[in-house]
Design a protein around this ligand. Sequence first.
Ligand SMILES: [Ca+2]
Length: 123
Amino acid sequence: MEAVWKIEVEDFPAFIIVDDKGNDFFQEFKVEDGTIPTEINSSIYVVLEFFESLDANRDQYIQPEELVDGFDDLTLDEAESLVKKYDLGKFGGLNLDEFLTLVMSEEHLKIGGVSAKERITSS
Ligand SMILES: [Ca+2]
């Protein structure tokens, strides 16, 4: 159950939406720590480029079939469970964020014999 509270800010009405436990509705949209680790920051374009090269149907999501084409020795079964694991938005594919999490977490994934994580963090 949500509630809307009206607060006064020097003749300017403002509203804060909270749930029945007093939680700030917008809290979940806040980034905990606004800084991106430098090793990722420096290679964000490499990731983006890689992401776009995998996204064969250009829908901004990486489907299991597209993952198979992108990584060495990845079966469709493995790709499907990886997508299931990282597809937090339940889109049936990975968006850029989820894709980055996959690459950073699944260190065994390789591209052309090189760890995908290493590839995107060493440039
Ligand atoms: Ca796609």
